[in-house]
Design a protein around this ligand. Structure first.
Ligand code: GUN
Length: 623
């Protein structure tokens, strides 16, 4: 997978097949080899890049099988792009034993020229007990091992029912396959068990090889796309577009409606203006199914396009929040995601779009959680901690002289009220503090609990009152501010010293450059964090021990980075697992010689998986 854009576990990627490239996230419409309603041109116009069909149905239908063996599956279903074939696992789950074994069905898929070939995995049902599910995982892995993967794109489904450890185990084993479907989830989807489903996805994804495309088998309803993509699903297949069409049901991005219950088609529909719903109901079945299938695919690809746009603008979290409200079961699943701390390390340092705060559930967002933990840790220094009022500080307001004086006269923590909680005043311009739009819907009890939490870790917490005496200046606000930001961003405040020169913008008064004796240490970005200069890199290298904050490349490639060229994934030899995507890092060789500083494109958790593309966008090299 070549990574193009990301947000948390969601990503826009590209990968190659024998019949061309696929850009994810995407949906593969399911094609029935017996009966093809839409032409390749129609499918492509609606947004399809690849399709999925069933090799088991082809194999056991003599006429199809003979044709496919002679002319290939692409001719059989008249689609000249990437075709994935499934194996008959699902039929075996629905109808019992099937007449072919794993090797036979894989061999058949190879012979008919399938681009993505699926092994005959064992479907583990949600109600299966632990041992049965474990056997399904082990047998599925055995079947992956008994075929020779070679250069083929073999799909090795992750099974394990709803048991977290089995899903994790299966994901680790199956990562030997170049393509990873998450299987056994259709019953969960059909019964709206989205909460169980998100746990299945998280456990599978976080233990799989991130260089593999992840496919949610049977997850073809647009309502659930955003949530699963946020959790790292890249590909879906959809039989629903046609199943619903046959039942006279039409898909919308947030749900379905019955053809007989609607007044008209939405304006975006390919049917709009062509038929009224009652006219279409009176049409011949073939025409009706074709029209409704087109409508349904349109709804599916509109949602995919919107999600891609959201990943690009870093607002998928927000979009998931919106989508979660289209069904109570989805909402429950959304709360489950927000309470899951495991995905926090994948969140980037900041976003290019403002943060939308809706209600208390938004506190669970990784960006807010990071600020809260930073605040709690900071005041564990047990120094005097003064909580200011809204009169003294508001987001976007330039610091008042009186507040600055107070700050500079005490050796302690000054926290400011922000969105119902209190945070260090020094973070006032960092994302999302300075870039938030809030509903202000925060309960009194939430605020009180937060204050109790502060008091429980620091006995010196007090509210501001007019009796506090300002004494002499013992520290400088701007210098303390850059130190605290550095502490948040790099885990040390010693990147800067009191002797550094702080240069501000003449137009806005905002901090811009921090100079050491002669050299630039860092520049403040628009999101309130720092871009390192070489001097900053040198200082951090001495402060943080190897491999902290580092991406390690061989000396020969380091020489290129020293001249300012980016670091490619394929050269990365070692790295700090705790690197946050979008944060600055040091590019060094195994002997810890510094070559460059730049911005990591992914988190430390993901770094080892990618081979294609840029790992560090170098700002400046030592040469
Ligand atoms: N289609 C829907 N679910 C599954 C599954 O678990 N395995 C396979 N091979 N196909 C599926």
């Amino acid at each position: 997978m070549q990574l193009l854009f990301r947000e948390n576990l969601a990503r826009v990627c590209k990968f190659q097949t024998n019949h061309g490239e696929i850009e994810t996230p995407t949906v593969m419409p399911v094609i029935n080899p017996n009966l093809n309603f839409l032409t390749e041109r129609e499918l492509r116009e609606l947004g399809a890049q690849a399709v999925i069909t069933n090799s088991y149905i082809i194999k056991r239908t003599e006429s199809l099988s003979e044709y496919a063996m002679k002319y290939g599956v692409h001719k059989l279903i008249n689609f000249n792009g990437p075709i994935m074939t499934d194996s008959g696992t699902f039929q075996s789950y629905v109808y019992g034993d099937i007449e072919y074994n794993n090797r036979e069905i894989v061999d058949f898929q190879r012979k008919i020229g399938s681009d993505i070939i699926t092994i005959l995995d064992i479907f583990s049902k949600p109600e299966d007990n632990y041992n049965t599910s474990k056997m399904a995982v082990e047998e599925t892995y055995k079947r992956l091992k008994e075929i020779n993967i070679g250069k083929d794109l073999i799909a090795g489904p992750i099974q394990g029912s709803i048991y977290p450890d089995l899903r994790q185990f299966s994901a680790e084993l199956m990562s030997e396959a170049p393509y990873l479907p998450i299987g056994g989830v259709v019953p969960l989807l059909e019964s709206y068990r989205y909460k169980d489903l998100v746990n299945v996805i998280i456990n599978s994804k976080l233990h799989s090889d991130f260089s593999r495309p992840v496919h949610l088998f049977g997850g073809g309803h647009p309502m659930f796309f955003a949530m699963s993509i946020l959790l790292g699903v890249d590909i879906f297949d959809s039989a629903s577009y046609i199943k619903y069409a046959k039942d006279n049901r039409i898909l919308y991005q947030e749900g379905t409606r019955s053809l007989k219950d609607i007044r008209d088609f939405p304006e975006w529909s390919p049917i709009y203006g062509k038929y009224k719903p009652d006219e279409l109901l009176r049409e011949k079945e073939g025409v009706r199914i074709k029209e409704l299938s087109k409508h349904n695919l349109k709804a599916i690809f509109m949602e995919i396009n919107e999600i891609k746009e959201r990943i690009y603008e870093n607002t998928l979290y927000q979009y998931v929040h919106e989508r979660a409200h289209s069904h109570p079961s989805l909402y429950k699943a959304y709360i489950e995601i927000m309470n899951n701390g495991d995905i926090l390390p994948y969140q980037s340092l900041s976003s290019k779009s403002p943060f939308f705060f809706y209600d208390e559930i938004s506190f669970k967002n990784p960006w807010i959680q990071r600020i809260i933990s930073f605040t709690i840790n900071l005041i564990k220094n047990n120094k005097r901690t003064i909580l200011l009022t809204k009169k003294q500080w508001k987001p976007g307001m330039n610091i008042l002289d009186s507040v600055k004086k107070l700050y500079e006269s005490i050796n302690g923590n000054i926290l400011v009220p922000w969105n119902g909680i209190y945070i260090p005043i020094e973070l006032e311009n960092t994302y999302p503090v300075g870039q938030m739009v809030s509903s202000d819907i925060i309960s009194r009890s939430y605020k009180e609990n937060y204050i109790d939490k502060l008091k429980s870790v620091n006995s010196e917490v007090e509210f501001y009152n007019d009796d506090i005496n300002y004494k002499d200046k013992i520290r400088d606000f701007d210098h303390e501010k850059i130190k605290k930001i550095s502490c948040f961003q790099f885990g040390t405040q010693e990147l800067f010293s009191d002797n550094d020169k702080i240069i501000k913008s003449k137009a806005t008064g905002h901090i811009r450059n921090i100079m050491g004796e002669n050299n630039l240490i860092a520049t403040m970005r628009n999101d309130g964090f720092f871009t390192l200069g070489i001097e900053g890199g040198k200082i951090l290298k001495n402060l943080k021990k190897y491999p902290e904050l580092r991406i390690v490349v061989p000396g020969e490639s380091g020489e290129y980075n020293a001249k300012g060229y980016n670091v490619f994934f394929k050269f990365v030899e070692d790295f700090d697992e705790n690197i946050i995507s979008g944060n600055d890092v040091l590019v060094v060789d195994p002997d810890d010689n510094l070559y460059a500083v730049g911005k990591a494109t992914v988190s430390g958790r993901e770094l080892k998986y990618y081979n294609d593309g840029v790992a560090v966008k170098v700002h400046v090299g030592i040469k």
